[in-house]
Design a protein around this ligand. Structure first.
Ligand code: NDP
Length: 311
């Protein structure tokens, strides 16, 4: 049998992914027809990105699965025409490693007060050592693939890390809390908060004025999750009032962040342009190939999205 795989993640990505995908599919022992255009009635797998033009999956009668190249699925999870399994991107070598590097790098920047020494136009001798990591409580909201890896990396650096998720977890080196009751406890007194939650109706505006007030005064916020997780107005007020010392934001309600948005000019906001971590082509191609191999072997797909939970 020759698996029929439609690449529907855009022409630009096709140019980057075609060769690595063919290589990964061959290495996985899959005979397949891989193209950006196939007769609709033959298509069995769709390699997808939510910014794709393709929005109507009902036209593919033999479709077995949609394989998303992104970790976040808010742009496709609610698509009513999608009735087959939806897998998202989970890739430890690329996506997870990249996120661990971004989160630990930005956490250490704030923890060590690096800006005061790197940008020091007055050449002031500020001989004050930063505290040790063990004196800086960190809270990670979201303990999925990325949150767990980042939390554990921060714990290995010596930070006392509390993590929070929807369901109960046990993770080495982390204090794990969950559910509505756990949230206030997780935030109270935190000096660094990392947001690695998905965008769902339940997570929107989660970090609001009330919850920002629970943090230690001057806390640092790192948001590589989604822009909708934070109430922007409440964050700006907390920055202006000193309750939040700095916010490093990678994701926004509107991307690219519009010119003139207050985040661009705020002296205590760092904007990074949704680059915290991206899907790396070669390992992602292997993840896609493995899922097609599983589909062909009748084995369960990896990294399936829970459509009811929205992530
Ligand atoms: P996962 O699905 O593995 O983890 C999501 C975590 O969020 C889980 O721990 C889940 O809890 C928790 N969660 C979801 N809803 C709630 C809720 N209502 N209350 C409490 N906890 C909740 O996702 P990943 O770790 O792979 O990715 C996280 C997000 O990171 C993505 O959705 C995406 O938005 C973002 N991302 C950003 C990138 C960037 O470059 N900026 C790159 C890649 C991803 P539970 O474990 O109990 O299910």
């Amino acid at each position: 049998m020759v698996a029929q795989v439609l690449f529907a993640a855009g022409d630009k990505r096709w140019r980057l992914y075609e060769a690595p995908l063919r290589e990964a599919l061959e290495a996985a022992g899959i005979a397949c027809e891989l193209a950006t255009d196939l007769p609709r009635e033959t298509v069995e797998y769709i390699v997808y990105a939510p910014d794709s033009e393709l929005q109507d999956f009902s036209v593919f009668p033999r479709l077995k699965a949609v394989l998303n190249l992104w970790a976040g699925v808010e742009g496709v999870v609610g698509n009513k025409t999608l009735t087959v399994p939806l897998a998202r991107m989970v890739d430890d070598e690329g996506l997870t490693q990249g996120m661990v590097e971004w989160v630990t790098g930005h956490a250490l920047r704030h923890h060590l007060g690096m800006d005061a020494h790197i940008i020091n136009p007055g050449h002031v001798w500020r001989a004050k050592a930063p505290p040790l990591a063990s004196d800086r409580p960190v809270t990670v909201l979201g303990l999925g693939v990325l949150g767990a890896a980042c939390g554990q990396a921060l714990a290995r650096l010596g930070f006392p890390v509390t993590g929070w998720s929807r369901t109960a977890k046990q993770l080495d080196g982390l204090r794990c809390l969950h559910g509505a009751d756990g949230l206030d406890k997780a935030l109270r007194g935190a000096q660094v908060v990392v947001l690695l939650l998905p965008d769902t109706p339940a997570t929107r505006n989660l970090l609001n004025a009330e919850r920002l007030a629970l943090l230690a005064p001057g806390a640092f916020i790192l948001n590589p999750g989604r822009g909708t997780l934070i109430d922007d107005e409440a964050l700006l007020a907390a920055l202006d009032g000193g309750q939040v010392g700095h916010a490093t934001l990678d994701v926004f309600r509107t991307e690219p962040l519009p010119r003139g948005h207050p985040f661009w000019a705020h002296p205590r906001v760092t904007v990074t342009p949704h680059i915290a971590s991206e899907t790396r082509i070669a390992p992602a191609a292997r993840v896609v190939a493995e899922n097609i191999r599983r589909g062909e072997a009748g084995a369960p797909f990896l990294h399936l999205v829970d459509r009811a939970a929205g992530y």
